[in-house]
Design a protein around this ligand. Structure first.
Ligand code: FAD
Length: 180
């Protein structure tokens, strides 16, 4: 059996190519050289299979406070309040970022040019606040993020590369990763 060793250089290594990894890569790519690893095909992860949609306060009758309260109740009161608050407060901007990146969330007819997103109401939510793309929201998000990372000159994608171990050498400020 022959083994080959390849060396890659980057400013930021992102392990994982789901919604989290690809969003982070796209956010960093304007100022950093980014490598994204995925242990299987780029699309293979939980994101692709997510169906229902993403919660964010888009309805005028809804509020961030209500989203926080619903989340705390659904979490049995043990969720970190700062984290829940941060996510609920930033959800709309993050969903808007996905929309701007091309995710085709379902819309309703609108009287003017302003898009009106179709919102569903899922268990635990007291308001309609779930944006979705039919019943394949994760696939729509994954496909859009993939299209965008593939086009970015500062992002290198290494599919079927499994991260095994991270080596840190604090004294000389170097880091490394063993992968196969
Ligand atoms: C069936 C289903 C339905 C869902 N429905 C919803 C929903 O309606 N709404 C909602 O908000 N959430 C839903 N979720 C949850 C949601 O999909 C996840 O919370 C979200 O996709 C997680 O994104 P992620 O990027 O963190 O992980 P993932 O999308 O799972 O990505 C993980 C990545 O890590 C990579 N990886 C892992 N280990 C290694 C390694 N050692 N080396 C290299 N790469 C590695 C994988 O290859 C993959 O690319 C659902 C989940 C499932 C499974």
């Amino acid at each position: 059996m022959t083994t080959t060793t390849q060396e890659h250089q980057c400013d930021v290594l992102v392990i994982g190519s789901g919604a989290a990894g690809l969003s982070l890569a796209l956010r960093l790519a304007p100022t950093h050289r980014v490598i994204v690893l995925s242990k299987g095909p780029l699309s293979e992860g939980a994101t692709l299979y997510a169906q229902g949609g993403i919660a964010a306060v888009f309805d005028e009758q809804d509020s961030v406070e209500s989203h926080v309260e619903d989340t705390q109740i659904a979490g049995g009161g043990i969720c970190d309040t700062d984290v829940v608050d941060f996510i609920a407060r930033n959800a709309k901007d993050c969903v808007q970022w996905l929309i701007d990146g091309g995710v085709p969330f379902d819309q309703e007819d609108s009287d003017d040019e302003t898009p009106r997103y179709h919102l569903t109401r899922e268990g635990g939510h007291s308001h309609r606040r779930i944006l979705h793309t039919a019943d394949a929201t994760g696939m729509a998000v994954q496909n859009s993020l993939q299209d965008n990372v593939r086009q970015h000159p500062n992002i290198t994608l290494l599919e079927r590369h499994n991260a095994l171990d991270i080596i840190t050498r604090k004294k000389v400020g170097l880091g490394g990763l063993i992968m196969c």
